[in-house]
Design a protein around this ligand. Structure first.
Ligand code: SFD
Ligand code: AMP
Length: 633
């Protein structure tokens, strides 16, 4: 096996990831680090300019509260999130982001992001909280600001194409991270006084709908593979809402988002018989307590109503793009020139929505002769994802801000530093932090800023000495990180086909095994998102075998080494999910998953957070509930 150079980097604040939360963190940290004479290091597995969920760009900013215009209040946003998550949310975390998010959006604009404006110079809203943007270069713009801030403050450095494997620990304090370059034979030891995890959510834990030639296509970025969850769990942090996966409804096969169609173009979705499930199935909402009566209908219930149609054989479900566009254009029908102009405008907005954020959907439209103004498009529930920043809620259990606590919540939701996990010196933001859904790109960036400021304070308060890690432990972790290369070299000549070998498993086949388990036993697409206790227990048993076999993962090169670890990370996310779905004995989010043996919501017993913790010392999992306190009345 080729020799690996060991690179040791000592820093004050280590930011893991280079996405929306990490870039926000870098901008904020650069400021506070300069004031305090500290160093900041950002590490991304990819190139920050185009990494993470916003790689392709986006067509909207989904969280803008508009506090200055008096349009909405922080309380309004908290209520929206509480309702959308069927009552399960940390109001202190949601409010903390909501009260700061507008300033982040104004920064985006200052950095050069084009936000749509109307004739009076006001932002064009997609919906109540969403702003339309020309966002093809959104990530490049935010990345540039982050890099500039680090460079100009003289405090920072950026490592790109370094994959973070896991945490370094000094007892109960996070001491940094270990990773490897995906381009050169280098293993990195990052030693830090505080570590901020912002490595996104997890995709491809479940079998995707796309298979064969479409394999790999997903709505959320396939390169977000559960590293945040793995990192925090392995450090011993308490996790929350691990059962709250997100299943978005998307344009079928290329996964184009639906927000602009439902909110901006006010489109309907109808079944094969022309029926509108949101109208026809309205009575079903009565079965879901107070959350069935709120506006907008929670995302999982919207999904569920559509799924009921599909399960009854009334599919396909179609987004009525032609009807929606014609309806808008019709308002201009008395003036042929204005009608023609408006039609052109709408056509171009429809295409730009996808060209800005899901180019593959535009390509699929072009390839299948779809003209959205003439023909509707099929939509479908995608496979489950783990995404604390969108309409899911999985992530680490983190401290809220002190000033938003009340007598009830102070000891429960606050322990010193906003966004610090239950592990000292380990902060989380974006998809990495849980129970604070609906932050999206702007809220994630905001949360990164909040977390970075708190992390710098932690360093100033606690960090005179850098945490220590035994060198033998570092050696052992480095050897473990590189083991798949060793395993491959030692066994590769045992078969003629390097993909199949009695002594090792390649990451792709390993991923298929994981996805099959999750799909069949944990309520994936094939199981119509339905599971029960017996299925989950069988799934856990199979995951145990998979975990044993993960020691036999093999990599023929650095790229595959990354693939190996991505799938180990996914496997851990899977286990936390299965354990928590098993623990919560009710169905609270139909449309995301359905526990057939506990088909109803149980407000009395389960209006609580379901939390879990992996204990690194014993290897045991602890499950527990935490109370949900309402802060905004
Ligand atoms: O409409 C490692 N999102 C949307 N948000 C909006 O505000 N508006 C929209 O229009 C949005 N839509 C949308 C969205 C996402 C996607 C994929 C599509 C459409 C097609 C959601 C936001 O993008 C999302 O909420 C934020 O980006 C979340 O931010 P963050 O920072 O939590 O995750 P990230 O940006 O994906 O960054 C993750 C980073 O981690 C790196 N990474 N680095 C080192 N080592 C490892 N092991 C790592 N693993 C991951 C990544 O490279 C990346 O830098 S709509 O559909 O909702
Ligand atoms: P999406 O494209 O589905 O990710 O949605 C973008 C934004 O619009 C998110 O804030 C969603 O919660 C919201 N959204 C999407 N569809 C609807 C709908 N039918 N009603 C209300 N909000 C929606």
């Amino acid at each position: 096996m080729p020799n690996f150079e060991k690179v040791v980097v000592e820093t004050d604040l280590l930011i893991l990831g280079g996405g929306m939360a990490a870039c926000g963190a870098a901008v904020e940290a650069a400021h506070w680090a300069k004031e305090n004479g500290l160093k900041v290091t950002m590490v991304d597995k990819a190139a920050v300019d185009r990494s993470g969920a916003v790689a392709m760009g986006l067509s909207a900013i989904n969280q803008y509260v508009g506090l200055k215009d008096g349009a909405n209040t922080v309380k309004d946003y908290v209520e929206y999130v509480r309702n959308d998550l069927m009552g399960v949310t940390r109001e202190d975390l949601v409010a903390n982001i909501a009260r700061h998010v507008d300033s982040t959006v104004h920064l985006f604009e200052k950095w050069g992001l084009p936000i749509w404006k109307d004739a009076e110079g006001k932002y064009v809203h997609e919906g109540r909280w969403q702003l339309m943007i020309n966002g093809e270069s959104y990530k490049v713009i935010v990345a540039e600001a982050a890099k500039n801030a680090l460079r100009e403050s003289g405090t920072g450095e950026v490592y790109e194409r370094v994959f973070i494997v896991g945490p370094l620990m000094d007892g109960d304090r996070c001491a940094g991270a270990i990773g490897f370059s995906v381009r050169e034979n280098k293993i990195y030891i990052f030693r830090a006084k505080a570590t901020l995890v912002a490595m996104g959510g997890a995709v491809h834990v479940f079998k995707p709908r796309s298979s064969g030639e479409g394999m790999g296509r997903a709505w959320y970025p396939p390169w977000n593979s559960g590293s945040s969850a793995y990192f925090t769990m392995k450090a011993g942090a308490e996790m929350t809402c691990q059962e709250v996966r997100f299943i978005p409804v998307r344009f079928k096969d290329a996964y184009g988002p639906v927000g602009a169609w439902f909110l901006l173009f006010k489109s309907r979705a109808t079944n094969a018989m022309g029926g509108d499930y949101m109208v026809e199935r309205k009575p079903e909402l009565e079965n879901w307590g107070p959350y069935g009566r709120v506006k907008p209908v929670p995302a999982n219930l919207r999904n569920y109503l559509g799924m009921l149609d599909v399960m009854e054989g009334k599919g396909p479900i179609s987004m009525r793009t032609e009807e929606a566009l014609q309806k808008i254009a019709e308002k201009y029908k008395d003036d042929p020139a204005a009608y023609k102009k408006k039609s052109r405008e709408l056509e171009s907005e429809a295409w730009e929505d996808f060209l800005d954020m899901t180019i593959s959907q535009a390509i699929l439209w072009a390839a299948t002769d779809v003209q959205p103004e003439q023909k509707s498009s099929e939509i479908a529930a995608a496979e489950p994802y783990f995404i604390g920043s969108h309409s899911g809620a999985s992530g680490a259990w983190v401290s809220g801000p002190e000033d938003l606590q009340n007598g009830e919540t102070k000891g429960e939701y606050f322990w010193g530093y906003p966004n610090m996990s239950t592990v000292k010196g380990l902060f989380c933001a974006g998809d990495a932090s849980g129970a604070s859904s609906h932050k999206f790109s702007s809220g994630s960036c905001t949360e990164g800023r909040i977390a970075a400021k708190a992390a710098v304070k932690f360093i100033v308060d606690n960090g005179k000495t850098i945490p220590q890690v035994d060198s033998a432990v570092i050696e052992a972790q480095a050897a473990e990180a590189l083991q798949p290369l060793e395993t491959y070299e030692a066994n590769k000549d045992k078969t003629t086909d390097p993909e199949i070998n009695p002594s090792y498993i390649k990451p792709k086949l390993f991923m298929f095994r994981l996805q099959k388990i999750m799909d069949e036993y944990a309520g994936g697409v094939t199981a119509q998102f339905t599971t029960n206790k017996a299925q989950l227990e069988r799934g856990l048993e199979l995951l145990t075998f998979l975990k044993e076999d993960s020691k036999k993962l093999a990599a023929s090169n650095l790229h595959e080494l990354m693939r190996c670890w991505e799938n180990v990370h996914r496997m851990w996310q899977a286990e936390a999910h299965v354990r928590t779905v098993l623990f919560r004995e009710e169905t609270r989010w139909p449309g995301y998953y359905f526990r057939a043996d506990k088909p109803k919501m149980d407000e009395e017993k389960w209006h609580v957070f379901a939390n879990c913790r992996f204990d690194p010392a014993t290897g045991d999992w602890q499950m527990r509930t935490r109370p949900i306190h309402q802060i905004f009345h």
